[in-house]
Design a protein around this ligand. Sequence first.
Ligand code: AKG
Ligand code: FE2
Length: 698
Amino acid sequence: MDDPILGNTWMKKSTSVDFVPSKSTNVESGNSANVRSVYVDVGIDGRVFGTGDLSRRMHDALMVVAGRRRGVGGDGIDGGDDVDDGLMDLYLLYAMDASAKEAVKAAMDGYGYVIDLEKDEDMQDEGSWGRIDGVMLLDRDDDDDDDDDDDGGGSSSSSSGTTSRTIYPSFAEAIARGNWKPGTGYSFVVREVPARRKAIDLGALLRALDPDGKLHAEARERGIILPGEEEEDGVNSLRGLLSDCERRVRSAPYEVARDESEAHRGGSSKGYDVISRRALLANSRDADGTENRKTLLHVMDSLANHGCLIVDLTDGDESTDDAYIMSEMWKTTSHFFDKVVDGEDGDAASRLPPMHIAEGVGSSTAMVGYASFKDGDNQFLETRLRRSDGALLPLETSSIIGEDGVRSMVDAFRIMSDVGRDVVRIATAASSVEAGAFLTEGSAVASSPRGVGGGSSPSIAGLSFEEKVISGIVDEGLGSEFSEEDAARRAKILASDAAILLTEEIMDDGRPLIVGRDIEHDEGPVSMSPLRICRYSNNNVDKFSRRKMTSEVFGAHTDTSFVTIIPAAKVSGLEVFDEDSLKWFRPELKARRHAKTLDPGGDMEARFPWHCRYLVIVPGELLQLTSRNNIPAAVHRVVATTDAPRLSAPVLLRCRPGTRMDVERYMGSPTRAGGLLLDSNGMRMEDIHDALQSKQDA
Ligand SMILES: O=C(O)CCC(=O)C(=O)O
Ligand SMILES: [Fe+2]
């Protein structure tokens, strides 16, 4: 649910229009202050919402009515041949628009909103309920339900052979130029749909009235189930995970700090501190092979309580190589946008393929290409790596930034995904240890602490821990006395090694999987994890006061990634919702202050700008899964002032298509796994990814 782009399902508040008081609101008296309307932008994935089917039925119904009117009677559908073309086009437009509106209603319902058309409810003309901002037709067979769950041989069915898709600016164009016919599905984006929140959420209200849960406990004792209670029981399925994320996204406040000085920049908790890159390395584990306790606590505190971990690539100014590479990437990014947006190079943008579904990625929601949104305020270039040779896609990018520019982006991708991988290892291992997952049964990880890398270590899956001890597999070097402490230590090492396997096998770093693995894999030629370069500007001026405003330019959301690695930007604007202080936290401000204390004289600044040293690691939905719900996917957003555009270059570290979640292999004993992990066990990773895209999809 992270891509605000065509082909996914999403909803966010429009930034092109401000909050508007609903016409029925009496602002003066303060009455019904919560009946404020808002404009929202909505993206609809045509597959999820079955726009093909819907439009076919809508059109059939229309033709019946049209037939009756002309006295053809009965089904009337075949009586269409004497209807003139102009009228036919109108029926097509009507069918497309009305189906789109139904899909939007259904999607908004999932987010707790309804369309707020007031008296215009039955106006159906295109444009009256929102501004269409891109229509993409789907292949006919894409529209059918694909049956994913069985035959290992049918693996090619998931890559539908789709090539780049044309994006039409309106339904009328999709009909005229795209030759759209009812029954063909379509994805689209619609902006400025007037909306209001659905009637009050009783569960949320009760929680607010009963902050310490006393009333709830009393009610439970008497056997009364209160609204919202089901969710309190925790997240026990992928669907539950998705609705947990959606609920947290919805409940994050919309207010935006007016300027930097009002933004939350962290507090005294350890979890706000910057950690050095070195501390995260697998070989920085303690001498006995367990994760360093201090590092582990720091990482968990940051991710679980504050929504992000800030990493210093220079280890406190000891090694500057990676920060230097990041600075080259930043130069490239800025150069790129100078050319495509600021027109230094007249037709640069037209040399890039528009955002389209990437071929060879394995998930139907993966995009690649260039897009400009919001009347040119926001631009995104979604890039991916080709596994075979590490080339950056779209290949046309090099015609704009040159070979050196491309290299700097690929190098930065490697640095960022390596850091992300280490964070996921630590967080997943810590959660497995806490669950006792390696105390009772082993995983497929061999007993050797370095039982990874070549896949040659003997598998000890299926034996209980006691059996392994008895059979002598795991007591090497431990002497004959095998204490509880030894067992606990061994469990930690196994958890860590299994987590390394996880990051190597089911996380997609853009490389081919190391050969010789004994697992099924079919990852396709292009990485699932993108490097997305973004430019956010903001021309939002308050309608009444005419003051320039800081506002959301990328609304609150969670990412379908293990982690998203966001290099600290020069212009602050990334905000993560801090579950501890219940405020939006701006990590870039924290990083900037860290840089000042580390380098008061600004000596480093001569080599590269301060921000090139820092990465912000934001946990995503897949880490919420592998951490057994210990780390919630962080709700985050981007805000921008009107002063200067903010450039950004996140990597979304996602799963490797064609591999499967194997709880025992990556997370130890299934008996300790819990409902959430078990729900995903055995699933293909791309199906897990897709299941997290929207409620209707799960
Ligand atoms: O641009 C940023 O800083 C964050 C973007 C983001 O959240 C995303 O691309 O999912
Ligand atoms: Fe994101």
